[in-house]
Design a protein around this ligand. Structure first.
Ligand code: GDP
Length: 478
């Protein structure tokens, strides 16, 4: 967190002498190597009229770093990062493989394809990054850890099978993350393919095709026959153009760990996605509680890289330990600093593992509302039959207490699954089970993630419980 007077001067684009003068005016006697705390730096920035931003490097405010807000002119276009989700067997893996192989032929000489958790393709001389672990569970589990990797989600629906339970889950997960959705209607080569049915069914879940007056892009594809892939990629570029994904490539790199493992010959290996700045061989960095210096970087095409800019996935070696998927990584000015940050992080991590967690429960809901921290209570509803789920949903959505409303982020018929719990954890939601229960594994995950699950057999009692909780009138349960 702290920077010396000299470093602060650089950050603010001022001479050290100017900063020292200003400090004296503020009543602080300082030398060039003196460390300043965050408050003083912010104060100075205000005095000089320079905008700075406090970045929380970890989930924990003890390790803030101060960074300049990127000037609009420093922000350059970066490739969009895309995740593929959908029901099992609808063709996610086949589609990822097809997109990758179509593109490899277009002149990427040398190198052997490497699995590094993500890959890039190029179309119309623009790049797109695909995360190649399909599925919404992996996606939301990352999000539950505070890691936002993705810009756009592709929801794959098999045209011969239509919308299935995991399709609906995927839509809820993508919406909860606030991401744009493109629907890939797959398997259109099959004789019983019915793309219109898919459109019809998704409309019921709020994804209305453009030609029907909505704003969701639908693309017909066959992953197996490699039909429509180019059209899909063009639509991704279109969505990217509208959303203008940008990053500043000219600063120290920051990003997220996609996967990591201990390799027998190379030691700890991490596959990371660079999100800001440019990562270079030789950089000292922290990833989660681990630190290191980049020894080598390999691209998804198996080529050695010297540097990697925003939205580029790379495999790195040179770590001292194996970080976790979803860990943030960040480059520091030197290895000593990186090590000290990593060590401090390890300590706070142990502390927070022991400590409490801030997820909402019905018991403390009223406090959050009173403190003005909440405007919406996120709820997931699962029930034995669709009819009662809809009835409960309709009633809960009508509740309003002191300007706070209930928002149903996912609902469906069926038992409470781990996917529901992970979504709840990532979205700070509570789960209501109507005539259904979680299985033991799901229950264990809920306890670990501190997700509040409430089970009911009568619609009225579920509504009453939520209402009472919002009014702070819930009887404590012991
Ligand atoms: P995932 O579970 O969503 O990853 O689905 P997979 O990619 O494993 O595909 C499931 C099955 O559907 C496999 O047997 C694929 O060969 C088949 N499949 C995938 N895409 C297509 C397609 O476009 N047309 C046809 N006919 N079969 C497909």
């Amino acid at each position: 967190g702290n920077s010396t007077v000299g470093e602060t001067a650089k950050l603010l684009h001022k001479d050290a002498s100017e900063v020292i003068k200003k400090l004296i005016a503020l009543g602080v006697m300082a030398t060039i190597n003196q460390e300043l705390d965050i408050e003083t730096i912010l104060l100075l920035a205000g005095e000089f009229g320079v905008e700075v931003e406090v970045k929380i490097a970890v989930e924990d405010d003890r390790f803030e770093t101060i960074e300049e807000v990127d000037e609009e002119a420093d922000l350059l276009e970066r490739p969009p990062v895309v995740t593929i989700m959908g029901h099992v067997d609808h063709g996610k893996t086949t589609l990822l493989d097809a997109i990758r192989s179509t593109n490899v032929s277009s002149g990427e000489a040398g190198g052997i394809t490497q699995h590094i958790g993500a890959y890039q393709v190029e179309i119309n001389s623009k790049k797109i990054t695909f995360l190649d672990t399909p599925g919404h569970e992996a996606f939301t589990a990352m999000r539950a850890r505070g890691a936002q990797l993705t810009d756009i989600t592709i929801i794959v629906v098999a045209a011969d099978d239509g919308v299935m339970p995991q399709t609906v889950e995927a839509v809820s997960h993508a919406k909860a993350a606030g991401l744009p959705i493109i629907v890939a209607v797959n398997k259109i080569d099959k004789p019983d393919a019915d793309p219109d049915r898919v459109k019809q069914e998704l409309t019921e879940h709020g994804l209305v095709p453009e030609e029907w007056g909505g704003d969701t892009i639908f693309v017909n594809v066959s992953a197996k026959q490699k039909i429509g892939l180019e059209g899909l990629l063009e639509m991704i570029l279109l969505v990217a153009e509208v959303n203008e994904y940008k990053a500043n490539p000219n600063k120290r790199a920051r990003g997220l760990v996609i996967e990591a493992e201990l390799d027998k010959s190379r030691g700890p290996v991490a596959r990371v996605l660079v999100q800001h700045g440019t990562l270079k061989v030789g950089d000292a960095f922290v990833a989660g509680n681990c630190f290191g210096r980049i020894r080598a970087m390999v691209s998804d095409k198996g080529r050695r890289l010297k540097e990697a800019g925003p939205s580029t996935p790379v495999e790195i070696t040179g770590l001292t330990e194996v970080p976790k998927a979803g860990d943030p990584f960040m480059v520091f000015e030197d290895e000593r600093k990186a090590r000290s940050i990593a060590e401090k992080r390890a300590i706070t991590q142990r502390q927070s593992d022991l400590g409490v967690n801030t997820r909402v429960t019905l018991d403390d809901l009223f406090q959050h509302i009173k403190d003005g921290e909440m405007k919406e209570l996120n709820v997931i509803i699962k029930g034995d039959v669709q009819g009662s789920v809809e009835a409960l949903k309709g009633s809960l959505e009508k509740i309003e207490v002191e300007g706070v409303r209930v928002k149903i982020i996912h609902s469906g018929a069926g038992g409470i699954t781990e996917s529901d719990v992970i979504l709840a954890a990532a979205s700070n939601a509570i789960v209501i089970g109507f005539n259904v229960r979680p299985d033991p594994q799901t229950k264990a995950t809920a306890e670990q993630e501190k997700v509040d699950i409430r089970l009911h057999r009568v619609i009225y009692s579920a509504i009453e419980e939520i209402e009472q909780a919002m009014k702070g009138m819930l009887d404590p349960v012991f």
